[in-house]
Design a protein around this ligand. Structure first.
Ligand SMILES: Cc1cc2nc3c(=O)[nH]c(=O)nc-3n(C[C@H](O)[C@H](O)[C@H](O)COP(=O)(O)O)c2cc1C
Length: 202
């Protein structure tokens, strides 16, 4: 193959993150596809369907669903960089980690990507869910819990709208405390497991 053709192919692949960084790939950050910002169920229907599920099937979610979920949780929704949730004085005091079978990642909202912080599959610590979000904030601050609550409710409504199951829980907040090192004084306040409904909820 001619060098020019190889160069063109390499460039095309580098511009296509879903091909070059599949979810199952070991190591590395995950570039997310742009979140889908249209469609879904009417809000009042989604509110009427919102509920907790304690049994989740382990099948993976698509990268598009993962992108949409993270955007709902804490994504940038305006040109000035502000987010899908309100925050006290606009301080954005919240960090959202995503637990996937390929590792644990920190959501970089402006970059629309997941930055790997831990290798290995930790999903067994979180009901075997294919995606668990960990909401971290200053442990003793007055507003982190509010920010986490706004984020998990956005995600819960996305799940209701998309037929996905989710459970918000305080059990499990310490599961990764010796490995995850959030900023000084920050801690995981609440965990949010997301997947396909199973068992009696199905
Ligand atoms: C902050 C918070 C912590 C929760 N912690 C747990 C938990 O540790 N384990 C659990 O099974 N459910 C937990 N839940 C889910 C609640 O039990 C559930 O929301 C409640 O039973 C009402 O059910 P519904 O969400 O289906 O309306 C938690 C919910 C919230 C908002």
């Amino acid at each position: 193959m001619k060098p020019l053709v190889i160069l063109a192919l390499a460039l095309a692949l580098s511009l296509c993150p879903t091909l070059t960084k599949p979810l199952s790939a070991a190591g590395g950050d995950i570039a997310l596809p742009p979140p889908g910002k249209t469609g879904g169920m009417p809000l009042m229907e989604a509110l009427s369907k919102r509920k907790s599920y304690r049994e989740l099937r382990p099948e993976t979610l698509t990268l598009q669903q993962i992108s949409d979920i993270l955007w709902a949780a804490f994504g940038v929704n305006r040109e000035d960089g502000k987010r899908t949730i309100p925050s006290s004085h606009g301080n954005n005091e919240l960090a959202v980690y995503a637990v996937l079978s390929s590792g644990v990642y920190l959501y970089d909202a402006p970059g629309n990507k997941l930055v790997k912080v831990l290798d290995g599959d930790r999903s067994a610590s979180f009901r075997g869910a294919p995606l668990t979000l960990l909401y971290a904030a200053p442990a003793n601050g007055p507003v982190g819990g509010f920010h986490a609550g706004s984020a998990y409710q956005n995600v819960a409504l996305y799940c209701a709208s998309s037929g996905l199951a989710n459970l918000v829980a305080t059990s499990g907040v310490a599961a990764l405390k010796d490995e995850l090192k959030p900023e000084n004084g920050w801690a995981v306040l609440v965990v949010h497991s997301i997947g396909h409904p199973a068992g009696k909820d199905f």
